[in-house]
Design a protein around this ligand. Structure first.
Ligand SMILES: C[S@@+](CC[C@H](N)C(=O)[O-])C[C@H]1O[C@@H](n2cnc3c(N)ncnc32)[C@H](O)[C@@H]1O
Length: 245
């Protein structure tokens, strides 16, 4: 299984060229995500929610994290780079308002087509927007109790990593939780590599951006992962980060 979108120019050279000419532009300048969705080049799409997220939800971990931010519902949860939205459906429960965001309109179409089959309870929204633009909107700034990141950070070129951390911080409420299923963890990846997506990651890279001196995250918990989509085994790890109050 791969998260590689196989987009036109999505190889290392194409990404590098785009990065050189769009230093402030969002990820859409690097990879033609909408084109990948339209043409079905979506090998990252496992057709189901992450086994780890399913376990975290059914064993009460997600509920516990939410109540650590605020004792009672309603809770607001964000899934950036939501794709087909399987994780949005998994997180949906009564008392939770789950928002998926993805800049590709065709991803929202897939989500809408799957909704009646997968959504069993709770309330979901899907925004066809650039994740990086959300905090500029007062309706989203400081709104979320929990943000779930899986296969979004690795989809972003390294030059957007600081902006990813800053955007997450602006979207979370004080004491809000960022839950990352870190992937693909590649042994020895301590420096940014410009080949992707997916761009190889390490825990040190997450820490570099989330625990930078100008950020207000703290690392609360690290956990090994014992269930993954086929082909991703041994390259995932869980981390709980909390925005300081
Ligand atoms: C590797 S895919 C992962 C999709 C989904 N999380 C999954 O696991 O199936 C990355 C997704 O992020 C979306 N994306 C990339 N850059 C984005 C941005 N700046 N804002 C919102 N979505 C973005 C792409 O359209 C794509 O659907």
């Amino acid at each position: 299984m791969s998260t590689e979108p196989e987009t036109r120019g999505a190889g290392a050279q194409g990404v590098g060229e785009a990065a050189a000419t769009h230093s402030e532009a969002p990820a859409r300048a690097d990879v033609d995500w909408e084109g990948a969705w339209q043409e079905g080049r979506t090998r990252w799409d496992a057709g189901a929610s992450s086994p780890t997220l399913l376990a975290l939800d059914s064993d009460g971990t997600i509920a516990g994290l939410l109540s650590s931010v605020q004792p009672e519902a309603p809770y607001r949860v964000l899934v950036p780079g939501a794709g087909s939205g399987y994780d949005v459906f998994t997180l949906a429960r009564a008392g939770r308002d789950i928002t998926g965001v993805d800049l590709a309109p065709s991803a929202e179409q897939k989500f809408s087509a799957l909704r009646s089959e997968h959504l069993t309870s709770g309330s979901t929204n899907y925004l066809t927007r650039d994740f990086f633009s959300l905090p500029d909107d007062p309706a989203h700034r400081g709104r979320y109790h929990l943000i779930w990141d899986y296969t979004f950070f690795c989809a972003l070129p390294p030059r957007l990593r600081d902006a990813w951390a800053a955007t997450l911080e602006r979207l979370l409420r004080p004491s809000g939780v960022l839950l990352t299923l870190m992937y693909p963890l590649v042994e020895g990846t301590e420096v940014d590599r410009d080949q992707g997506p997916p761009f190889p990651l390490s825990r040190a890279i997450y820490e570099r951006h989330l625990l930078a001196s100008n950020r207000s995250f703290q690392l609360e918990r690290l956990a090994a992962v014992d269930r993954s989509h086929p082909g991703r085994e041994g390259r995932e790890g869980l981390a709980v980060w909390r925005r300081k109050a």
